[in-house]
Each structure stands twice: as structure tokens, then as C-alpha cells.
Design a protein around this ligand. Structure first.
Ligand SMILES: NC(=O)c1ccc[n+]([C@@H]2O[C@H](COP(=O)([O-])OP(=O)(O)OC[C@H]3O[C@@H](n4cnc5c(N)ncnc54)[C@H](OP(=O)(O)O)[C@@H]3O)[C@@H](O)[C@H]2O)c1
Length: 331
């Protein structure tokens, strides 16, 4: 089996360290591994399996020979350095939002739209974490019943803000003042993720709108979102209302969810069986439950889904993209 020369950019971060954990866990075929972070981390030792690797800083020519570059160092680093890696011949899989809406760059959830990668650009974008876990259940609904309209309400864990978010929850739980979020996240939900645009939506909300349309290939799909940060350490939740084209039974909807790779249905509310963050922690599935008719529309369905935002919402999805492209002979 061929082994690959792999680079991880942002290797000291929350997503980057999960990349390393999962590359090892999935036994990804690695020939050489090169780790990058900011200048302040250059020289730092990081463990991968039983070996130690020295973190490097990004510099001209640093991607020479790299075949797969996994980026998780923020948008500005991706904007500047992903094209360098691409020019060196690497396939880049980028976790930031920098390339997601660029027409030539595929935005991929491998169970749904791997066919969007046509090689025109070798930068592949990993979607927003809440979007990944939401489009997975939307795909089978669209295939079977057709989707007419979507409304998202998210409950997003602090790990979605990286180390800064986790540290702020830990700090405020001990009674210390917040240093990252505008309010004490240990005491309140915060209905703001990222900055506000002029239309009253945050960038995170608009990412969910635009990325859902691009992944599902329905450019004019009516979608709205409200994104809220909650005092949970890890695993995002999303409540989703979908108006369907065709009438449905709840059994048919459940069957559609169960047929989708990557989804596990947990839906026995009378016995308190439904998706919770602790079930989703540290695995790659999207858990779906609380499936019921929307009382306000004729063909509306409501459900709730939970997933580990650092794994399926980021590192796992990106490595699954790499594995799937290898399997198809595209890397
Ligand atoms: N957390 C999530 O749920 C999630 C989900 C999907 C996507 N993402 C995206 O993934 C990216 C990383 O998120 P994270 O949560 O892992 O953040 P994080 O924990 O803050 O880690 C950021 C990483 O980027 C590195 N970095 C910062 N500036 C750099 C520079 N100038 N050059 C090279 N490396 C640099 C940092 O290195 P130092 O340690 O040296 O500072 C660190 O390794 C972001 O684009 C984020 O939007 C995150």
C-alpha cells in the first residue's frame, strides 16, 4: 500500500492535535509527517504515536514533497499558505472558512458529495462544523422527500472556539473573569458566534446558510440560522426544522435517516433516549433524535442532532476526505 508525505499546519491547536490523534487511530498510510504551527511554537516537540516530531514554522519551500496538507491554523494562514502547498503539488484539505465559497474549490462531506472534487483546484474545503452535522441528515431527506426550506438553531460547544474557548469556560467555572467571550460563558448561553453582518446575522449563521446550499447543490434553497454558544465543553447540537416537498410518515423519515452512512438514530424520548453531547464525544457519528412533526407547517419535520465538532465537525471529516480521494485514485 502506498504511503503519503503528509503535513499538518496548526499542529499544536485543538483541531491540529485531533488530526494527529486520528491519523494514528485510523492507521493513515504516512511516509513522512511534517508539523507546522506559528513561530512561537517552532522547535516544540509534539508526540505522534510513539515518536516525537519537532514543530516547524511556515517558510518558502516548506511544502516541497508534501502530497497531502491538512490545514487548521485559521483563515489568514490558509489564504496565504494553502496556494503555496497547492503549487508544490499537494492536495490541501483546509478547515478554515477561507476557501469554502470559492467556486473552483470543492466543499465536501465525503458521505454526501465527494463527486464535487474535479481536480480544478487542489484546495478542498472542509465545511463549518455545525453545517457538516446538519447536512448529513438533510441529504437523505432531500433524496426521498425533497427539501423546500430549512431553519437551524444551534447549541455550540466552547471547543468550537479552539483552545481559547475551552480555557474561558474552565476559567469562568472557577469564578475567574472571562478573557475571550463577551459574557461569562459558565453562566449564560451567548447568541453570537463570530461577528455580525449588516443584515443582523452573524458570519457563522451565514456560513451555515451558504455552505448548506453549496454542499446539497441547491443554490436557491431558503435557509435561516440562529447560532448560539452554550456552556458545554465539546460536541455541538443543532435543532433543525425542514419543510419537505412531499408528505411523509415519521417511520419513513426515521428509515431515511437510518439509511444514511454516518448517522445513528437515537429516538425513544419516553425512555429519555435522544442525542446528548456526552454520547457524541470522541466519535465520528452524527446522532439524530427528537424526530417529530412541525406543528406550524403542512410538511414540516423537526429533529435534533449532536456531533463531536472537533472530530466529525473538523479533523475526522478532513481525514475522511483524504481517505476517500485516495480510494478513488484522486490523490
Ligand atoms: N474548533 C472547532 O470546532 C473547529 C471546527 C471546524 C473548523 N475549525 C477551524 O480550524 C482552525 C483551527 O481551529 P482550532 O480550534 O484548532 O484553533 P486553536 O486551538 O486556536 O489552534 C490554532 C492553530 O493554528 C496555529 N497558528 C496560529 N497562527 C499561525 C501562523 N501564523 N502560522 C502557523 N500556524 C499558526 C496555532 O499555532 P500556535 O500554537 O503556535 O499558536 C495552532 O496550532 C480554524 O480555522 C477554525 O476555524 C475549528
Amino acid at each position: 500500500m502506498k504511503k503519503y508525505d503528509v503535513a499538518v499546519v496548526g499542529a499544536t491547536g485543538l483541531v491540529g492535535s485531533t488530526f494527529l490523534k486520528l491519523l494514528w487511530e485510523y492507521k493513515f498510510p504516512i511516509n513522512t509527517l511534517t508539523l507546522f504551527a506559528s513561530e512561537k511554537s517552532a522547535g516544540k516537540k509534539v508526540k505522534y504515536g510513539d515518536s516525537e516530531y519537532t514543530v516547524k514554522k511556515l517558510e518558502k519551500g516548506c511544502f516541497d514533497g508534501v502530497e497531502i496538507a491538512l490545514f487548521s491554523a485559521g483563515g489568514s494562514v490558509s489564504k496565504e499558505w494553502a496556494p503555496e502547498a497547492e503549487k508544490s503539488g499537494a492536495v490541501v484539505i483546509d478547515n478554515s472558512s477561507a476557501w469554502r465559497m470559492v467556486k473552483e474549490c470543492a466543499l465536501i462531506v465525503p458521505e454526501i458529495n465527494l463527486n464535487h472534487f474535479d481536480g480544478a483546484r487542489k484546495i478542498v474545503a472542509n465545511p463549518n462544523c455545525s453545517t457538516i452535522q446538519s447536512v448529513l441528515p438533510l441529504k437523505p431527506l432531500n433524496d426521498v422527500f425533497g427539501i423546500k426550506r430549512v431553519v437551524y438553531s444551534t447549541y455550540q460547544a466552547v471547543s468550537g472556539s479552539g483552545m481559547k474557548g475551552k480555557n474561558d469556560l474552565a476559567r469562568t467555572l472557577k469564578g475567574e473573569a472571562p478573557e475571550f467571550y463577551p459574557y461569562n460563558i459558565s453562566e449564560t448561553c451567548i447568541p453570537q458566534i463570530d461577528v455580525f453582518e449588516d443584515n443582523g446575522y452573524t458570519k457563522e449563521e451565514l456560513k451555515m446558510v451558504n455552505e448548506t446550499r453549496k454542499i446539497l447543490g441547491i443554490p436557491d434553497l431558503p435557509v435561516s440560522a440562529t447560532c448560539v454558544r452554550v456552556p458545554v465543553m465539546n460536541a455541538h447540537a443543532v435543532s433543525i426544522m425542514v419543510e419537505l416537498e412531499k408528505p411523509f410518515t415519521l417511520e419513513e423519515v426515521k428509515k431515511a435517516f437510518e439509511s444514511q452512512e454516518g448517522i445513528k438514530v437515537l429516538d425513544d424520548p419516553k425512555n429519555s433516549i435522544y442525542p446528548v453531547s456526552t454520547v457524541a464525544n470522541d466519535n465520528d457519528l452524527v446522532y439524530v433524535g427528537r424526530i417529530r412533526r412541525d406543528l406550524s407547517t403542512a410538511n414540516g419535520i423537526l429533529f435534533y442532532c449532536v456531533s463531536d465538532n472537533i472530530r466529525k465537525g473538523a479533523a475526522a471529516n478532513a481525514i475522511q476526505i483524504a481517505k476517500a480521494l485516495i480510494k478513488e485514485g484522486k490523490i
